[in-house]
Design a protein around this ligand. Sequence first.
Ligand code: DX5
Ligand code: ZN
Length: 217
Amino acid sequence: MTELSVSILSADLANLAAETADSMVCGADMVHFDVMDGHFVPNITYGAPVLKCLHAALPEVYYDVHLMISDPARYAADFARAGASLITFHLEAVPDTAEEVIAAIRAAGCQVGISIRPGTPVEAVFPYLGVVDLILVMSVEPGFGGQKFIPTTPTRIAAICAERTRRGCDTLIEVDGGINTETGPLCIAAGADWLVAGSSLFHAMDPAAVVNVLHSK
Ligand code: DX5
Ligand code: ZN
């Protein structure tokens, strides 16, 4: 069974807690919290104070925090204190200090994920299989919601999945960007465990029907 992480980037942020709660009622398994710093990516979203408020409003939710920022080690403890369950950082942001970032996130008490942009070879994450809890494969260039799914993504997921099998480890594979009822099943077939969906859920006439497709049996 795949799990669905709802990206609240496409929510009405003036009604964030209510819209998040509605998504959970529709069947989402967790919340995907996109943090952008205007430096690692050309956009700025929200930070730990917003997560803290959302966590206070919905304390039972699992918070899947995706840091698209240049200095993830510096902010890991802030997000952990604010309620993050898992913190994912980008390998491209810290190519020489990934081990230190992993240690900082673990020391803060959270699970750890590593993400790669669409142009980064998948082999870059192979050394981290069995080391981190999750690999996040970007299926759009990070920075904005509502983009079109990059069609080479399922092949990239399958390659990481094959290497995971070869190593005999259970690191989860998540995919993020342009996931809808057409692209989601392709990622599930390729071996993805968690799917992130934002605009396809928040703009749907029937979000529960979308959730139903994005949950494989
Ligand atoms: C993109 C973000 C994604 C995005 C997904 O940089 O990391 O999580 O919000 O949104 P949709 O599902 O609209 O592509
Ligand atoms: Zn994301």
